[in-house]
Design a protein. Structure first.
Length: 62
């Protein structure tokens, strides 16, 4: 279970880093407004995924 959570955590971090870079380079489809909304939605999804998964695999085991 822990390795799956770690992989999801890594995906979450990528979702917070990659979309702004794609937005700056024009790598997201659509016009400017649609690209900005897509970028913000991806960052929000990554943030939520990180805050759900990180505490589960970072907690200390007894």
């Amino acid at each position: 279970m822990k390795p799956i959570l770690m992989i999801l955590g890594a995906i979450a971090l990528l979702l917070t880093i990659v979309p702004p870079v794609l937005f700056m380079n024009g790598g997201l489809p659509g016009d400017d407004a649609a690209r900005e909304v897509m970028m913000k939605n991806l960052i929000m999804a990554g943030t939520l995924l990180w805050f759900v998964t990180a505490p589960l695999w970072m907690k200390k085991e007894d």
